[in-house]
Design a protein around this ligand. Structure first.
Ligand SMILES: Cc1cc2nc3c(=O)[nH]c(=O)nc-3n(C[C@H](O)[C@H](O)[C@H](O)COP(=O)(O)OP(=O)(O)OC[C@H]3O[C@@H](n4cnc5c(N)ncnc54)[C@H](O)[C@@H]3O)c2cc1C
Length: 404
């Protein structure tokens, strides 16, 4: 029997170390930072502590200063990080830098790695990933209008991006631009460039205010932004492929952190339900409230299994798109539902800003949009189901890689 759900000892050991670090160092520091109002103060010291404890850049190979963990072990690390607000940043495995590090590791040439990946992995700089544009549907990146035109050894970029997470303060961006408007298929029209954010013509228009406040999701203008040919990443016409390759594991990393968020919400729900007295008992005695707990527990369990299986497929170099899409959709919606139920169980308190739940709900809403909206994943999932049926007469291949 090949299936063994026992975690390897090294994964358990890493998870326990990260768990202890998050519980003992990060969570109390965050609580202090919140009450002090000095949210950013102390983050640098915590990052130094993580580095000294050997908990730095867990997703990066050891030769890049990381812990050398694969996607499966990262599932546990990210879920622990997701139980705090800044845990992933403190370990230097936060979005979008984590995805950009992977992208550079696998697609950059040696000179690009030294110049961009080295300081990023060391946590000396931050980065961003610029694909989405206001004028065209982000769900169909073949339509982007930002252009890159060759000029001698350089490329000249012009365009308009928005919702570029982490742009303010980023040292460089991976920008997707159109270089070959007539190429077929349309997926061959876009190219990725490494753009230094101090390049003349790179302009942050604003930090877009969202329902979760200002989260450094910026609107950017590129006006005659000159980029050296040496900064073309992964080959001309490879921008779409690179974006997809980046998004697969990056989507999963989001899911892992969302599982940590959802766990916190469920724990808050249960705590409140077991303490709140009414009608001769506590809320937790009521079947309607128990169902909320049961539904949340079942959804969370399924979320964990889906994420672990998708991580396993990535780690083994097997096709993973279908499973990552299913996991992404399920976890994003699970997070939304669990937080919403936790608010319901808290009553008016849940609607107040006295608990973190309202903020969690506002942040959770973006999970159903980022890295592919719900409907885009549903469409992809359905297409795989249809294809599997047409080719094999069954749907097993598209419902968990022939698991059962
Ligand atoms: C908080 C946040 C952070 C982000 N960070 C980044 C970033 O760092 N870099 C970056 O490049 N982008 C980023 N984005 C943008 C994000 O990737 C896009 O919002 C997403 O791809 C959807 O694109 P869109 O907003 O243009 O919506 P559209 O493509 O216009 O789609 C609108 C809606 O149409 C529906 N829809 C789309 N396609 C289909 C379909 N085939 N069938 C049925 N319905 C469909 C969906 O409900 C979708 O929400 C971020 C967005 C948010 C909210």
């Amino acid at each position: 029997m090949a299936i063994d759900f026992t975690l390897p000892a090294d994964v358990t050991a890493v998870r326990d170390r990260i768990r202890a670090f998050m519980q003992e160092r990060v969570a109390p520091a965050e609580a202090r930072m919140r009450t002090d109002g000095g949210w950013r103060k102390g983050l640098g010291a915590l990052r130094d502590e993580a580095r000294a404890a050997g908990l730095w850049a867990p997703h990066m190979p050891r030769e890049w200063g990381g812990m050398g963990l694969g996607p499966l072990a990262m599932a546990f690390v990210s879920a622990e990080c997701g139980r705090t607000t800044m845990g992933a940043y403190i370990l230097n495995c936060h979005a979008p830098d984590e995805g950009n590090m992977h992208t550079l590791l696998h697609h950059a040439d040696d000179a690009q790695k030294e110049r961009y990946l080295r300081p990023l992995a060391a946590g000396e700089v931050r980065s961003c990933f610029a694909l989405t544009e206001p004028e065209v549907a982000g769900s169909d990146p073949t339509g982007i209008r930002t252009t890159a035109v060759k000029d001698g050894d350089n490329w000249v970029l012009n365009g308009h991006k928005w919702f570029i997470s982490g742009a303010r303060g980023a040292k460089f961006a991976i920008v997707i631009a159109k270089t070959d408007p007539d190429a077929e298929p349309p997926q061959a029209r876009n190219t990725a460039f490494l753009v230094d954010c101090d390049t003349p013509g790179w302009e942050i228009v604003r930090d877009i205010e969202t329902m979760a406040g200002h989260g450094n999701h910026c609107e950017i203008r590129l006006t005659n932004c000159v980029v050296s040919g040496a900064n073309l990443l992964a080959g001309r016409g490879q921008g779409h492929r690179l974006g997809q390759a980046r998004l697969g594991p990056a989507r999963l990393a989001h899911c892992m952190r969302w599982i940590g968020n959802a766990e916190v919400a469920l724990e808050m729900m249960v705590k409140r339900a077991t303490e709140r007295e009414l009608h001769g008992g506590v809320l937790a005695d009521k079947q309607a409230i128990q169902w909320k707990m049961a539904e949340s527990a079942m959804e969370l369990y399924a979320a964990k299994l889906m994420v672990l299986h998708a991580a396993y497929l990535i780690e083994k170099g097997m096709p993973f798109r279908q499973e990552v899409s299913m996991a992404k959709h399920h976890v994003a919606n699970t997070l939304w539902r669990v937080v919403d139920r936790a608010i319901q169980v808290h009553g008016a308190l849940g609607y107040s800003t006295d608990t973190p739940l309202e903020s969690m709900l506002r942040h959770a809403r973006s999970a159903r949009l980022v890295d592919g909206a719900d409907e885009v994943h549903m469409q992809q999932i359905a297409l795989h189901v249809i294809e599997a049926f047409r080719e094999t007469g069954g749907t097993r291949r598209a419902t968990g890689a022939d698991l059962l």
